[in-house]
Design a binder for this molecule. Structure first.
Ligand SMILES: Nc1ncnc2c1ncn2[C@@H]1O[C@H](COP(=O)(O)OS(=O)(=O)O)[C@@H](OP(=O)(O)O)[C@H]1O
Ligand SMILES: Nc1ncnc2c1ncn2[C@@H]1O[C@H](COP(=O)(O)OP(=O)(O)O)[C@@H](O)[C@H]1O
Length: 201
């Protein structure tokens, strides 16, 4: 769906596959989803560090960061979250087209919004990582003190408290951050990428 008319696609003479060849690895979007405090940022940061050590070209998009710039006009209504995820999905797709293994860390609470991102990606280039963690554990971690504020009624529509989180039905990876250490979760993601051939051309 585009609002503008009279726009015509212009192809580049260098394509994604050539960029991947130059980089020596595939490109894709590794999409972390889960409750606030589940560990999306922590795990994706460590995965990126590990991939960098292995010579992989990466970039990481994080909800808190993107909402300071590109998406600073969006709040947390269902409509704004959908638009947040739509824009991030498009940016991540461009980054994958540029040859990067792109990591994203957004709550992305709605299955439909995540599935729409999957749909715009080429086959095999959307790797959904469900960072599974009991709400009780997320709340006890409360790294930013937001659950406390939500329970006190100072934040309305907080995911998991008075706003929904829809678990993925069929994610490529499930890391259980309330059962396994940060290192184990990181290794699980890196191992998957290696085993599925993403780290080579
Ligand atoms: N109402 C409400 N619900 C959930 N989260 C809230 C809310 N208000 C602020 N925050 C903070 O914003 C971060 C989530 O931003 P995202 O862009 O990932 O959210 S979403 O994907 O659009 O749902 C989230 O970051 P993480 O804790 O890293 O997930 C919170 O720090
Ligand atoms: N196995 C684990 N995986 C990820 N984070 C963990 C784990 N165990 C404890 N934590 C802690 O939980 C918190 C997760 O916060 P954060 O990464 O900001 O979550 P999110 O990005 O999902 O909101 C951090 O303080 C982190 O150190």
């Amino acid at each position: 769906m585009t609002k503008s008319e009279n726009i015509v696609w212009h192809d580049s003479k260098v394509v994604k596959e050539e960029r991947q060849k130059l980089n020596g690895h595939k490109s894709a979007v590794v999409w972390f989803t889960g409750l606030s405090g589940a560990g999306k940022s922590t795990i994706s940061v460590e995965v990126e560090k590990e991939l960098y050590k292995q010579g992989v070209h990466t970039y990481r998009l994080d909800g808190d960061n993107v909402r300071h710039g590109l998406n600073n006009n969006l709040g947390f209504s269902a409509e704004d979250r959908a638009e947040n995820i739509r824009r991030v999905g498009e940016v991540a797709k461009l980054m994958a087209d540029a040859g990067l293994l792109t990591l994203t860390a957004f709550i992305s609470p709605y299955r439909e919004d995540r599935d729409k991102v999957r749909e715009i990606m080429d086959d095999g280039e959307f790797i959904e990582v469900f960072v599974k963690c009991d709400l009780d554990v997320c709340e006890s971690r409360d790294p930013k003190g937001l659950y406390k504020k939500a329970r006190a009624g100072e934040i309305k529509g907080f995911t998991g408290i008075d706003d929904p989180y829809e678990e993925p039905n069929n994610p490529e990876i499930i890391v259980e951050s309330d059962k396994n250490s940060i290192e184990e979760c990181v290794q699980q993601v890196v191992n998957h990428l290696k085993a599925k051939g993403y780290l080579e051309v």
